[in-house]
Design a binder for this molecule. Sequence first.
Ligand SMILES: C[S@@+](CC[C@H](N)C(=O)[O-])C[C@H]1O[C@@H](n2cnc3c(N)ncnc32)[C@H](O)[C@@H]1O
Length: 245
Amino acid sequence: MSNGSSYDAMFSGIIGRDYDMLQRMSPLSAEMSKIVGRAVKHYADKAGRPLNVVELGGGTGITTLAILSSNDDMIVTSIDSEPTMQNQAKENLKQWVDNGRLFFKLDDAYSALTKMADNSADVLATAYTVHNFEHSYRERVIEQIFRVLKPGGQFINGDRYALDDIFENTRTVQEEISGFFEVLIGENKPDLLEQWIIHLFNDESENHVMREGISLKQLEEAGFVDIALNQRMKVNALVTAVKPI
Ligand SMILES: C[S@@+](CC[C@H](N)C(=O)[O-])C[C@H]1O[C@@H](n2cnc3c(N)ncnc32)[C@H](O)[C@@H]1O
């Protein structure tokens, strides 16, 4: 998978306006899908066999495209609970659906996972979805991810992981908000600005915030090993964890 502008052009061409807007609003979020794709590629290169990858919260397909582009053999099942989002992904990624490499499930993450067999997925990859979950729901989803992964399988999540230093976290989120104002006032999009700010309150609320230390501990308690948080960029980070063999 290449980097840089040709890669951006591919995303822009396939995902269209959504990707262009995400790049302007939150370039680190756009970058994170590529980081997830690279992590999946790393796992696939080491495994050296076709993989069964499950994605949670595929949205319009930005992360799905990064995963699909990481390897030519893997099969991806992309789960999302929102039909409007998933229908856009279906349209954007039609060529992979037609090739039999991409399947969609319209379902909520927990419900979809409970319908999957034990030890059936090589990788569970996701971006910017798990932080939206309320704590108890997130815990139940993580237990299901552990059950569904094969021994040696990997959980790969590029997401908002709030800093354990609460003062630093607040300062970072304040900077993020300033960036939203700069871009969206500049583009005369007050409605979108309102949506992003409202959503941010949800992300940072006591019953949702996905704080680094607690999250890594939660993975350990679920049974995962080799738990790592890498590539932190402000409130964004990549977390990987392995189901022991
Ligand atoms: C912010 S988008 C992320 C899209 C893409 N992965 C990215 O990084 O750009 C989050 C997606 O998760 C989906 N989602 C949120 N809660 C969910 C749940 N409980 N089950 C399944 N999908 C969910 C939303 O519908 C949305 O499409």
